[in-house]
Design a protein around this ligand. Structure first.
Ligand code: FAD
Length: 375
């Protein structure tokens, strides 16, 4: 086996793959070590009957960063997919995000002025009931004070309670700071300048990033540190994109995450729900969303693949999805960060290495910033 690698890259997700690509371009030798048996990290797509299934949750690329958008085009072409989710509340269908189509369906209003007045009327009613200067005491009060009773009851309450596993009355108000309301007939979920889905899936995109780079799949670096460190040049570095607390063997305690559970099945129908993303906003339906993967790429296959998404509490050993940004976890992360800064030969990066929720464009930007500093 080759020795004296310039870089050992732990994790074949977007962060690791971008770094590997840029290092290779500069004539450096890299070995990528990945615990899972595939590349791509959480953006991995798996082909089932011709449909690219987003194995770790729906991934829609969106950005307003022109440099990132232009950079990523070298690895894939994007289609014209625009995220326009719909909400299913006990069989009633509403467009998201909250916009004139939503308001028209909810109240029959036609003009922005009518919609505005309807929301204002409900906000005023709330303030009257609660007392004008009373600060919202919990998430329920906060949401009603922002968008009124109807939108809260039908589109926010049940979904949020399923997401957090707690009643909105028992959740702190600060979780919802703003609830954007659009007074236009515009169902495009994102405000970003650019969005789309890689034609042919994310896995093919990451394969191109890693072309020509040595990869070891299905190996946990942390369980084989010595073996791999022996392959690193004396002046070489490690790019670590796994969980920061795991690197230090959880000596200060474990960082917490929120998790998601997916139930994926192939169905013998061409079109199950007519949209890639349908949110179930009532409390009774146990899942929060159904994703129909073929619609991300306008698939015309004879069958379809759907994933039901359940919010799940996280326990050590589960797949870590969303970092918990509360004071306790942030404090612990800062302590790990202090330790990390003392590791001269290691760069901690990506969503797990920095314990941070990163959209894909942000993770690419972050990896490219490290590349700039490194070379
Ligand atoms: P990861 O993809 O997690 O890669 C890290 C890799 O390191 C993993 O493959 C892991 O197996 C490996 N690893 C960890 N420890 C070890 C070890 N000890 N040894 C070897 N390998 C190891 N972003 C968007 O822009 N749009 C979206 O629509 C979107 N949807 C999302 C939906 C969900 C449910 C989630 C959780 C995230 C979503 N994201 C989305 C964010 C996106 O997934 C991330 O930006 C991106 O995957 C981060 O890449 P990464 O390389 O930092 O991490």
């Amino acid at each position: 086996m080759q020795k004296n690698y310039d870089y050992l890259i732990i994790g074949a997700g977007l962060y690791g793959a971008i770094f590997a690509h840029e290092a290779k371009k500069r004539g450096k030798t890299c070995l990528v070590v990945e615990k899972r048996n595939h590349i791509g990290g959480n953006v991995y797509t798996e082909n089932t009957s011709g449909i690219n299934v987003h194995k770790y949750g729906a991934h829609i690329f969106h950005t307003s960063n022109k440099a990132v958008w232009e950079y990523i085009q070298q690895f894939t072409e994007f289609n014209r997919y625009t995220n326009a989710p719909v909400a299913n509340y006990k069989g009633e269908i509403y467009n998201l995000p909250f916009n004139m189509n939503t308001f028209n369906k909810m109240w029959g209003v036609i003009t922005p002025q009518q919609a505005y007045e309807k929301i204002e009327e409900q906000r005023r009613q709330y303030k009257k009931e609660k007392g004008l200067n009373q600060e919202p005491q919990n998430l329920e009060e906060q949401a009603i004070s922002l968008v009124g009773y109807d939108i809260y009851e039908k589109l926010i309450k049940g979904y949020t309670e399923k997401q957090w596993g707690r009643a909105c009355k028992d959740l702190p108000a600060f979780i919802i700071k703003r609830l954007p309301v659009r007074y236009t007939y515009d169902n495009n979920y994102f405000n970003d300048l650019y969005q789309g889905i890689p034609i042919g899936g994310y896995t093919a995109m990451v394969e191109r990033m890693l072309e020509g780079t040595k990869i070891r799949l299905g190996v946990d670096y942390l369980k084989n540190r010595e073996v791999f460190n022996a392959l690193l040049d004396k002046a070489g570095k490690i790019i670590y994109t796994g969980p920061i607390d795991a690197w230090f063997d959880y000596t200060l305690g474990e960082l917490e995450y929120r998790s998601v559970r997916f139930e994926t099945e192939e169905l013998p129908v061409e079109n199950y729900q007519g949209n890639a993303v349908v949110n179930y906003t009532d409390r009774q339906t146990p899942y929060t969303r159904i994703i129909e993967h073929k619609h991300f790429e306008f698939g015309t296959q004879k069958t379809t693949v759907i994933s039901k998404e359940y919010s799940a509490a996280w326990k050590p050993g589960d797949e870590p999805y969303y970092p918990v940004n509360d004071e306790k976890n942030q404090k612990l992360y800062r302590q790990y960060l202090e330790l990390a800064q003392k590791e001269q030969q290691v760069i901690f990066g990506g969503r797990l290495g920095e314990y941070k929720y990163y959209d894909m464009d942000k993770v690419i930007e972050s990896a490219l910033n490290v590349v700039k500093r490194e070379f």
